[in-house]
Ligand binder design. Structure first.
Ligand code: HEM
Length: 501
């Protein structure tokens, strides 16, 4: 009898806690289920995550709370409120979510993406400096990207006889192109033979890890839940994915340690990092923020973030070209008019290729590849809109919602590059609400590299090829695969050389 009373009291207390107590003082939002919160709302291949976020914004207002597992995630889904908070009061929002999965899979809040405080500040400053030294945002990097774009185009070209239309999956070509660029920056070598095979294996681990199922791991995992049926197998898969990727990075970092020459100019990020440690030690300064583990997680962040996002955006760009042939025709017309027979398109052409630039903007808006962005954490109690959010609350700039707002982007579900052009149809229009790289102090660190890659690779590809839906096939599935990034389903295109048009 006593046991039943005790159990009833405990259950009652838990329910009061779940449905009322833990939600006090936080913005409203959908009612969370015990343990799983609102996480299950995102499960299922047909769930349109951004539509759900928009629906909640309409119901609860521009600032609302979702529960991912047992953690409150405050979503800031209004452009003006985002500016007032993440930009004007930036420091208060530079924390990152701390959780069991991050501790177990990445060895804690290390690297850049998940680190905070002095570790994050120092490592971000250092990494940006090294990227600049290696020519990111300048002509040195432009040459590297152009070289890889040209190799990719030559490989595709090799598959095509003149005038022939061939059905091809472009993913492996894009993977290898972007893989070579980021691998060159981090480890300084091209992916050939065995190295290429190893890279392809690693890319497959990344692809599996960003899927929805693996992402559930992050939200639902704890010391007890990883033992539950179903979740335990998801957990094991994620653990294996991370172990394999860290194994690859650590093998390459060890090769660098063995060949490191402190007197030589660093030729890649890994050597620059070793040189920084060497110099700090020589000057008797602290190397607390430069542990072996930090170096591996930092390499993981640059390598992973640099690969996944850019590849996914370029794959979407191909899909939008085949599903919007009239847009592709205009891209080709602009390239014919402004570039003509010239072989290579460089950054110097960007200001005249306004339609191409508008298309890339529209791809980034519609593909909306990071529907849940990367969650931040409040480092102090802080006002957000009409709410006072306590310290240590996970908070998300909901950029994907802004990208789909009618008031900024009329007919938001339509692919209309013209929205990024002035009424003359030629001059580019700056639209501040397009924020694929987020905002504030944690804004994407690779933005200038990514922008250069997207422009040079897309423009040079379109200058050479025409893509379409293969004859007799249904239009491709434009519903994204939900996960950390919104990826397209596998697809093939009918491709032909532009000269045969
Ligand atoms: C189309 C390509 C890309 C997109 C759309 C993108 C988008 C983003 C977004 C939305 C964030 C989170 C910002 C926030 O927390 O509010 C982020 C962070 C980050 N990105 Fe990118 N990114 C891209 C390419 C790259 C590349 C090429 C690199 C490689 C260097 C990179 C490195 C990073 C890093 C290191 C962070 C963490 C920054 C920090 O926490 O301080 N990204 N990115």
């Amino acid at each position: 009898m006593f046991a039943i009373v005790l159990l009833t009291v405990l259950c009652g207390a838990y329910l009061v806690h779940n449905f009322y107590w833990k939600r006090r003082g936080l913005p409203p939002g959908p009612t969370p289920w015990p343990v799983v919160g609102n996480t299950l709302e995102f499960v299922g291949s047909s769930v349109d995550v951004v539509a759900k976020l928009l629906e909640w914004k309409q119901r609860y207002g521009p600032v609302y709370t979702l529960w991912m597992g047992t953690e409150a995630f405050v979503h800031v889904a209004d452009y003006d409120v985002m500016q007032e908070t993440f930009v004007k009061n930036a420091d208060a929002f530079t924390g990152r979510w701390k959780n069991f999965a991050v501790d177990e899979l990445r060895g804690g809040n290390m690297g850049i993406i998940m680190s905070e405080g002095s570790l994050w500040k120092e490592q971000r400053r250092f990494s940006l400096r090294v990227l600049r030294d290696f020519g990111v945002g300048r002509s040195i990097m432009e040459e590297n990207i152009l070289a890889e774009a040209s190799i990719m185009n030559a490989s595709v070209n090799k598959q095509l006889a003149n005038g022939e239309v061939k059905i091809m999956d472009l993913k492996p070509f894009i993977d290898e192109c972007i893989g070579n660029i980021i691998n060159g920056i981090v480890f300084g070598f091209r992916l050939e033979d065995e190295k290429l095979k190893e890279f392809e294996k690693m890319k497959a681990f990344i692809d599996r890890q960003v899927t929805a199922a693996s992402q559930m791991v992050i939200f639902l995992m704890g010391p007890i839940t990883i033992r539950l049926p179903f979740l335990s197998s998801l957990w094991k898969e994620s653990k294996n994915n991370f172990d394999e990727m860290f194994g690859y990075l650590k093998r390459n970092l060890n090769e660098h340690r063995q060949t490191f020459d402190p007197d030589a100019e660093p030729t890649d990020f890994a050597y620059a990092y070793l040189k920084q440690i060497h110099q700090l030690q020589k000057q008797g300064e602290s190397i607390e923020n430069y542990s072996d583990h930090q170096m591996a997680v930092l390499a993981f962040d640059l390598w992973g973030a640099g690969l996944e996002t850019t590849i996914t955006t370029l794959r979407w760009s191909m899909l939008y070209m085949v599903t919007n042939p009239e847009v592709q025709d205009k891209v080709h017309a602009e390239l014919r008019e402004k570039i003509g027979d010239r072989k290579e398109i460089t950054m110097a052409d960007k200001s005249s290729l306004t339609y191409v630039t508008a298309v890339i903007n529209e791809v980034q808006r519609c593909a909306n590849i990071l529907p849940l962005n990367v969650p931040h954490r409040t480092l102090e109690a802080v006002s957000v809109g009409k709410y006072l959010i306590p310290e240590d609350v996970v908070i998300v700039p909901s950029i994907s919602v802004v990208h789909m707002e009618e008031k900024y982007f009329p007919e938001p579900r339509k692919f209309k590059p013209e929205r990024f052009l002035q009424s003359d149809g030629k001059t580019l229009k700056k639209v501040d609400q397009l924020m694929p790289f987020s905002l504030g102090k944690r804004q994407c660190m690779g933005e200038s590299l990514a922008r250069m890659e997207l422009f040079l690779i897309f423009a040079n590809f379109m200058h050479n090829f025409h893509v379409s839906i293969p004859k007799g096939q249904c239009p491709p599935n434009m519903q994204p695969i939900n996960g950390a990034t919104s990826q397209p389903h596998n697809f093939s295109v009918a491709i032909k050389r532009i000269s045969s048009d």
